[in-house]
Design a protein around this ligand. Sequence first.
Ligand code: ADP
Ligand code: MG
Length: 253
Amino acid sequence: MSVMVDIRSVHKSFGSLAVLKGIDLRVRTGEVTVVLGPSGSGKSTLLRTVNHLEKVDRGEISVDGSLMGYRRAGNKLYELPEREVLRQRTRIGFVFQNFHLFGHLTVLDNIVEAPVSALRRPRKEAVASARRLLERVGLGDKADAYPRQLSGGQQQRVAIARALALEPKLLLFDEPTSALDPELVGEVLDVIRDLAAQGTTMIVVTHEIAFAREVADTVVFMDDGRIVEQGPPAEVLDAPRAERTRAFLAKVL
Ligand code: ADP
Ligand code: MG
């Protein structure tokens, strides 16, 4: 199976605070990787480096065979111009904890915006595709609503549809259900579960252990800027080797 994401000895600091201390991780095409770990362990920073929203200090990241943010010539790396980075980023969908929808746009226009402006798709085509995506996330009747008229769960499903509109090779989720009332978590996880069943390559940061057990091909446990252990859910969740993993799971389960 081919490798979609290849993260090699990535280090990242903010000032004197080392946040990623040598991360190595590979995500195979069609697989779901769930990242667990305590608050502050570097999970969001790791996702943001994959998308090149944060530059790494050391190491490198390839997505679908291309180095993020850089071009290699001989054994030298040259930074890509911003528009090239933006183009790379259109291949990667990102879903945030707090939805980040455009409040002044309707649900439909939230989804249509990026394909039209970033990929120069004809609007009519983008609208037709947005309507199909809304059906897919169970919101076919909400096209003309504004985000504030929707529940958190519905807003997050719109955010997922918006991410899918760019037909990304890879989807990144940063705690997609953490801002939701408990009764709305299931509807969002159902959508992510469907995407997994269809073979979408994803990295999902979440504290939903039952979901991880069911959907993940690989579970990664991070603590203090390092991957403490990684493997299939049956190993990491049900028979963790590291004391830190056991302690964390005891708290969240
Ligand atoms: P997690 O998502 O696991 O909670 P984060 O990646 O958000 O962890 O943060 C890891 C550490 O990096 C935290 O101590 C956080 O305060 C710090 N951090 C994250 N982003 C920045 C930033 N832009 N500037 C300074 N410190 C940051
Ligand atoms: Mg985070």
